[in-house]
Write a protein that binds this ligand. Sequence first.
Ligand code: UGA
Length: 441
Amino acid sequence: MKVTVFGVGYVGLVQAAALAEVGHHVVCVDIDKTKVTRLNDGYIPIYEPGLENVVRDNHRSGRLVFSDEPSVGVAHGEVQFIAVGTPPDESGAADTRHVLSVASTIGALLDRPALVVNKSTVPVGTADRVAQCIDAELKSRGERFAATVISNPEFLKEGSALTDCMKPDRIIIGTDDAAAEATMRELYAPFNRNHEKIIVMDVRSAELTKYAANCMLATKISFMNEIANLAEKLGADVEAVRLGIGSDPRIGYHFIYPGVGYGGSCFPKDVRALISTAKSVGFDADVLKAVEHRNNCQKNTLFSKISNHFNGDLKGKTFALWGLAFKPNTDDMREAPAKVLMEALWQAGARVQAYDPEAMNEAQRIYGARDDLQLCGTKESALNGADALVIATEWQAFRAPDFDVLQEALTEPVIIDGRNLYDPVKLAGLGFDYYSVGRAH
Ligand code: UGA
């Protein structure tokens, strides 16, 4: 099928690559000319396992085309995806400006009926507004046909985005239009194998499903972080509690890892956006407000532990920091707990020697050159002369370090671990002062 994807950000690019990989002909349109030029030159703007090869192969074969010309995209697709960003505005609500602008562009250029699919994460009711935008443009040109607008939210995770897209656990299609449903079923047939993954519902429920999924996962994390904090005060071990509750299939093992708070471009933004949507209809989303509050507090816990260990005197101290990305297998530092930590350490007059397997360029881009940040080429070099090691991201490469090397390199054998990577008994035996999350020190 012929497909157009507006927006080559995370969601748009991965979705386009997956659709091309199964044989569809995809044109991606982005107004960022530099991005489009670089993609045409084979440069992939994000780090995502497997993506580079799939984009390159399909680009070479002509099934994946990048253009900065909206008219090329509108002329091409039987299905037109909108996959542009919905960043938060000052109030925390999702800003749908880019989505509506693409809608107007489609309406201004369309010369036949079309199926327009909202892939962006958008507040409930946005599909109706997209339809109105397109309609207004069509009417102003005296056209008599209409576009059908449906919702098809994305559930991919950074770090496994391509796999999530190629092997989705569900495909939500929000429409009550039978023809639109049939087209989407045909489009997604190559992904709908082994068992039925397509769930069809009305547009508003599909839009709400996306937020409900992310907010439920964020709630699990904040709840677990609350239990971890409580475990520390009560002398219990949250890792034992995690295993004990995860074994109940009604709870499950997923997303109950305590840590330093959730980050990334989705959970923080989507929790705030749903709180804001609730407010707009006069409803107080008490649970979600608490989820957000707990998360903001949790992001400060690494700093508190460091500060407590050094009796509040961090001026002139140096900290080795392992992990900058908000989670492993990505270079994304948006809302990363490591940023909150570094900024608090700098505020307290400390220096940071940081290492991350993928996010070094991103850290350089965000912070540039500053005296109190040294971006190190290896995890070992980040340790040299540091007063303690702090771990903010659970990269595989950090799971089994040579503890002798650590002891040699650090001025004091102190580890503050925000991801519970090591066994406290073993580390105590090796002579470390080891602080983790929700476990007795
Ligand atoms: C999340 C969702 O998992 C995807 O399903 C969704 O499609 C995506 O948002 C989106 O809306 O685009 P992502 O932000 O890539 O995906 O990252 P996750 O793997 O969900 O992790 C989010 C944060 O939660 C990370 O900071 C991670 O460290 C933290 N986390 C996760 C925990 O602290 N504990 C856990 O048990 C799990």
